[in-house]
Design a protein around this ligand. Structure first.
Ligand code: PAF
Length: 282
């Protein structure tokens, strides 16, 4: 497995891989890999001849008071996990390599980036779309795998790829959960033991939504209210949002038509956790 630190070398690797007629799969990550990332890697391996994983904590997707500095990092461990999973190349650039002085260009997906997580994190998706566009231009993959846990991110990336004509197929892999239902996330590490226990209520609230919906309650306000009550009763978490939206457009649900995304974000002190489920219409 090659560890590549410069854009020039990454491009050279991709060019020679393509010249051999091999396809390239790509899993972009911010490192501190857990089982959720490993499933994305395994999914990508099913489709591609060669696999690139990027490990880069992207500063532009963190707001001024967010956790960029303390975001967990452990490159040695990430490298050995990638090796074990049969990754061909790890792209591990520095900030200086990715953002040259006088960087002025950003990619913005309008509207979709301003709702849900975009309300409390107004510059977050601008940072995500910018870095993913840069990574696609550098790695030149045939397809890329993202996790359903970041449901809004996945919808936004698909929109960007279509709008800007990137020749990259986007694959979205299912959420991976701990045995008690908590969605896997690098940020779970911030939770103390009480918060970790309480955070399981997020998944239970999504299961409640599924039960209500399949039992015939199709009123989003009533479902969200029940979820809210459950979370407030069983945890000290502070709800940022609970939304029910069309799973493809993030607009208002289309009764009887598209699947519905039930998504939430909840703060446990300063740790903000997100999770979601899809209510299948058919
Ligand atoms: O989902 C993530 O880990 C990040 O948002 C991504 C896609 C790697 C961009 O930095």
């Amino acid at each position: 497995m090659k560890v590549i630190k410069t854009i020039e070398e990454m491009r050279r690797w991709s060019r020679s891989t393509r010249a051999r007629g091999e396809t390239i799969g790509f899993v972009p990550t911010m490192g501190y890999l857990h089982e959720g990332h490993l499933r994305l890697i395994r999914e990508a391996k099913k489709h591609a001849d060669r696999l690139v994983v990027s490990i880069y904590v992207n500063p532009t997707q963190f707001g001024p008071n967010e956790d960029f500095e303390r975001y967990p990092r452990d490159f040695a461990r990430d490298e050995s996990l990638c090796k074990q999973e049969g990754v061909d190349a790890v792209f591990y650039p520095s900030n200086e390599e990715m953002y040259r002085p006088f960087h002025k260009t950003y990619v913005i997906t309008e509207d979709l980036s301003e709702i849900m997580c975009g309300v409390s994190r107004p510059t977050h998706f601008r940072g995500v779309t910018t870095i993913v566009a840069k990574l696609f231009n550098i790695v030149q993959p045939d397809f890329a795998v993202f996790g359903q846990k970041d449901a809004q991110q996945a919808v936004i990336i698909k929109r960007m790829v279509e709008d800007l004509n990137f020749p990259v197929k986007i694959i979205v892999a299912p959420i991976v959960r701990e045995s008690d239902g908590l969605a896997m996330s690098s940020r779970n590490k911030y939770l103390n033991s009480r918060q970790r226990k309480e955070a399981t209520v997020l998944y239970r609230s999504l299961q409640l939504a599924e039960k209500e919906y399949s039992g015939g309650n199709h009123d989003p306000e009533s479902i969200k209210q029940k979820m809210r009550r459950l979370i407030e009763r069983e945890s000290g978490g502070k709800i940022d949002y609970i939304e029910m939206v069309d799973a493809e457009t993030l607009g208002a649900p289309r009764p009887g038509e598209g699947d519905i995304l039930v998504a939430l974000a909840v703060y446990f002190n300063s740790t903000r956790l997100i999770d979601n489920t899809i209510l299948k219409i058919r």
